[in-house]
Design a protein around this ligand. Structure first.
Ligand code: GLC
Length: 438
């Protein structure tokens, strides 16, 4: 059983690997390289083809802009199966963009730091991997400097996102509150995603109007961060995004300490880290809900809903033990009833919950992977085990889908798998789950 699953997962990654040295998330629906997918994908390859794992990261880092920014999608090739493509995003508008790699002008959660740390562990500290990390770590560091110098508007160690696609949780009900503050024009365009996937599992046309409008505003200002911070109607401090940054900072500090000779960088990261942790706990923690929430920086208020990102700080190590206990209580009370797999992407007790739709309810394997490690970090072994067991069961029963229905007795069944199939990070993280502590 384990061997069979492993074999199938390897096949998914091999098939999605492209000649250009990167791996698509899945065929048709996502035909390019995505930033945070890349990190998770590298972890999967690391167990059976370290060269591809390194290539994945190297290719991603090649797309970096002069100011340290790393884009969310890199359009390595032409494909007409995806909208909006390079022509719409026009990354060249930014004077420091990478002219060799057309991309979007937005980013995604910074996972690359902790991915490097894990690659080192998986390689058992091989000389080759040490050399690879030494060669590339400064680029990841520059990416963090970019965030702190350009995206930290309050100078408190937390960074903003200006688009829902930057969050990684693209269609979360959290964003509904922001859409209520906007009235974008009706765009005319041809959707491509709904020709690959049942529209009931994807965002609506009106939601796409909002997505495109925010990009148009950013383009109007040539993707200049200070202008975006001043004018974008979407300006959010996201607990998942910031937790990834904090966790990756921790990894960079550890790696630099190991290699020696970069005290100035370590000092910089440590000072940002201390501020970031303190601000995450004061600005994003909501005591009544027992969870971290998003903060609407534009309108200066918390967005008080619980979703799987609310628990991501466990992985960063930022919560106190007491906060961690509250998070687990909230997770089990709202998301953990017996009829459900852990962990739904949005609060199943809330009326915005939709078990079939994208980030509005289904379980995602990358979030489960982070929660698993976060729960372990704080010693919640039983819940961690459940998150892992649920992830393995969902994949072995349904296949390598993009997301999964959290209802064990699913009336819309028999399949619990939705969105794209043969999805790379579901395969890659399953490989990591199966092989950790071999
Ligand atoms: C979806 C997800 C996003 C992911 C992308 C490619 O848009 O919401 O997080 O990076 O697909 O897999």
């Amino acid at each position: 059983m384990r061997e069979q699953l492993m074999e199938r997962a390897v096949q998914v990654l091999e098939r999605n690997y492209q000649e250009g040295g990167f791996t698509i998330p899945c065929e048709g629906l996502y035909p390019f390289q995505w930033k945070w997918d890349s990190g998770f994908i590298a972890l999967g390859f690391a167990y059976f083809d370290m060269e591809k794992a390194k290539k994945e990261i190297e290719t991603l880092l090649q797309s970096q802009w002069e100011n340290g920014f790393i884009p969310h999608i890199i359009f390595h090739n032409d494909s007409d199966t995806y909208f909006p493509g390079a022509d719409f995003h026009q990354s060249h508008l930014h004077p420091q963009s990478n002219k060799n790699f057309p991309s979007t002008g937005m980013t995604q959660p910074p996972v690359t730091g902790f991915v490097l740390e894990r690659l080192l562990e998986i390689s058992k500290h091989s000389e080759d991997m040490i050399g690879f990390i030494k060669k590339h770590i400064d680029k990841v560091y520059q990416n963090h400097v970019y965030f702190y110098e350009h995206r930290d508007v309050e100078n408190d160690g937390l960074v903003y996102i200006y688009h829902n696609w930057e969050s990684g949780t693209d269609n979360s009900p959290i964003w509904d509150d922001i859409w209520d503050t906007m009235n974008p024009p009706e765009y005319e365009f041809e959707r491509r995603d709904t020709s690959h996937v049942d529209p009931a599992q994807r965002p609506s046309k009106r939601e796409y109007d909002h997505y495109l409008y925010i990009i148009d505003i950013a383009k109007k200002y040539n993707y200049e961060d200070s202008k975006i911070a001043a004018h974008s109607p979407f300006l959010v401090i996201d607990p998942l995004f910031n937790s990834m940054l904090i966790r990756s900072n921790e990894a960079l500090i550890k790696l630099y300490d190991l290699f020696g000779g970069s005290q100035d960088k370590v000092d910089y990261l440590k000072s940002k880290q201390a501020m970031g942790i303190e601000s995450l706990n004061s600005k994003l923690y909501n005591k009544e809900l027992g969870a971290y929430v998003h903060f609407d920086q534009r309108n200066n208020k918390q967005i008080p809903y619980v979703c799987s990102s609310s628990f991501a700080p466990l992985y960063s190590g930022a919560p106190t033990n007491q906060q961690a206990q509250s998070l687990v209580n909230t997770m089990l009370a709202k998301f953990g009833d017996e009829g459900r797999y852990l962990c739904a992407s949005f609060d199943p007790t809330h009326d915005r919950f939709n078990p079939r739709k994208y980030w509005r309810g289904p379980v995602w394997i990358n979030l489960n992977w982070m929660l698993y490690h976060g729960l372990q970090r704080y010693g919640f072994e039983e819940v961690a085990k459940q998150v892992k067991a649920d992830s393995l069961e969902l994949i072995s029963k349904n296949g390598f889908y993009e997301y999964f229905d959290s209802r064990k007795d699913n009336p819309d069944g028999p399949l619990n798998g939705y969105g794209g199939n043969n999805f790379s990070w579901s395969a890659a993280l399953l490989i990591d789950f199966l092989n950790e502590n071999p």
